[in-house]
Design a protein around this ligand. Structure first.
Ligand SMILES: NC(=O)C1=CN([C@@H]2O[C@H](COP(=O)(O)OP(=O)(O)OC[C@H]3O[C@@H](n4cnc5c(N)ncnc54)[C@H](OP(=O)(O)O)[C@@H]3O)[C@@H](O)[C@H]2O)C=CC1
Ligand SMILES: CC(=O)[C@@H](O)[C@H](O)COP(=O)(O)O
Ligand SMILES: [Mn+2]
Length: 389
């Protein structure tokens, strides 16, 4: 069989690199069509050479010349700018697109892949959170195959019944979305005010990009994942229960009406969900060592504390509530950026999100242009509040 061609959006990031690791283990199955990045042109050039990519796309056009120079003696064609991200996502030669750009910047290139009916491996949860309804409508209209990469959603996908359509009538009573609790799980609320970006980015179990690491620390990640689960699995927030599980060995569970609970387990390494989605419905080696249950020894569970972690409460309130998910996502991106550049204390992230949600209220967007307009409005509000804080 001819290898499938894959475009990796966000190739220089944590998910991008894990994807390339799995892909390189199976040259008979996959070949790299395009790799993309925002600014890291040197890493992108190295990846394009190692994986003999046909295209290397740099979103920020100011680095295009350096990238072209670095790849001048290769067969890789360099493209630049946001529109080029969509071009390599929808190209006729491409069968699979890994959507691993961080944040709202991933929405349009991911939608380009969806609209072209590709097999889309979705890591970029923010795209689904900000435009859930329209995104899922586009999947249905184009016949794209959407497979979850987020470890929890990939686990839930693996635990759902084969003929699942929605939580209503499928024998499923609840989705149990596990959360590690992040680096500050046991910290007192008052101590959270002074935490540094380095402390927030030191996730106890996963090695990830900085934005998602901060989201895990505030538990906004779990909030975004709650909204992501509602769209992916056609359910509502009341059917999704967040369970703190500090070891991150169970990646999530599905509870059935007969009392059964199915769990997907494994070492905390994103190459497992990536390999699962790449090969689905088959299975391939991911390079992840087998789980050693004796060494793991303990699996603990506890309830989330929404007083110490108000971002989770905000997401429960925003889920499927008009434009609130779009507003929440945008405000969070601005606030996390400000925290990472030491312009906002850690506890300010939840405060900014809550204030923006109160100040920007809007009906659910009916077009992607409207999503982008609401996103821009929320960002402007968040920036304004930051200046006054
Ligand atoms: N890391 C993980 O384990 C998990 C991640 N996810 C999700 O996957 C996505 C990626 O996360 P992660 O890999 O950790 O993030 P990283 O920060 O490690 O990587 C982000 C990637 O996106 C690129 N990028 C950033 N901004 C833009 C932009 N404006 N336009 C185009 N490309 C851009 C970066 O390029 P450059 O290098 O040039 O900046 C980089 O390639 C996120 O949505 C995250 O929530 C979900 C589950 C687990
Ligand atoms: C690997 C992955 O999917 C992350 O979203 C991870 O789950 C973050 O962990 P917590 O948000 O549970 O701390
Ligand atoms: Mn996750």
């Amino acid at each position: 069989m001819k290898p499938q061609s894959i475009t990796i959006l966000g190739a220089t990031g944590s998910i991008g690199l894990s994807t390339l690791d799995v892909v390189a283990r199976h040259p008979d199955r996959y070949q790299v069509y395009a790799v993309t990045a925002a600014r890291q042109w040197q890493s992108l050039a190295a990846l394009a050479i190692t994986h003999t990519a046909r295209y290397a796309v740099i979103a920020d056009e100011q680095y295009a010349e350096e990238l072209r120079h670095a790849l001048r003696d290769t067969d890789t064609t360099v493209l630049a700018g946001e529109a080029a991200l969509a071009e390599v996502s929808k190209a006729a030669e491409v069968q699979v697109v890994m959507a691993a750009i961080v944040g709202a910047a991933g929405l349009l290139p991911t939608l380009a892949a969806v609209n072209a009916g590709k097999k889309v491996l979705l890591a970029n949860k923010e795209a689904l959170v900000m435009a859930g309804h329209l995104f899922m409508e586009a999947v249905a209209a184009s016949g794209a195959t959407l497979l979850p990469i987020d470890s929890e959603h990939n686990a839930i996908f693996q635990c759902l019944p084969e003929r699942y359509t929605s939580t209503v009538g499928a024998g499923v009573s609840k989705i149990l979305l596990t959360a590690s609790g992040g680096p500050f799980r046991t910290w007192e609320f008052d101590a959270l005010a002074a935490v540094t970006p380095a402390q927030a980015c030191a996730h106890p179990n996963w090695s990830m990009g900085r934005k998602i690491s901060v989201d895990s620390a505030t538990m906004m990640n779990k909030g975004l994942e709650l909204i992501e689960a509602c769209w992916l699995f056609r359910t509502t927030a009341v059917h999704v229960e967040v369970v703190i599980h500090p070891q991150s060995v169970i990646h999530s569970m599905v509870q059935y009406v007969d009392g059964s609970v199915l769990a997907q387990m494994g070492n905390p390494d994103m190459r497992t969900p990536i390999a699962h989605a790449l090969a689905w419905p088959e299975r391939i080696d991911s390079g992840v060592p087998p789980l050693d249950l004796i060494a793991t020894a303990k699996l603990d569970f506890e309830a989330p504390d929404m007083t110490r972690f108000p971002c989770l409460r905000l997401a429960y309130e925003a889920a499927q509530n008009g434009a609130a998910p779009t507003v929440l996502n945008a405000a969070n991106e601005v606030a996390v950026d400000a925290f990472l550049s030491e312009k906002l204390p850690f506890s300010g992230i939840a405060r900014i999100c809550e204030q923006v949600l109160q100040q920007v209220q809007h009906a659910e967007p009916v077009s992607i242009d409207e999503v982008l307009a609401v996103d821009a409005m929320a960002r402007e509000r968040a920036e304004h509040l930051l200046q006054g804080s």
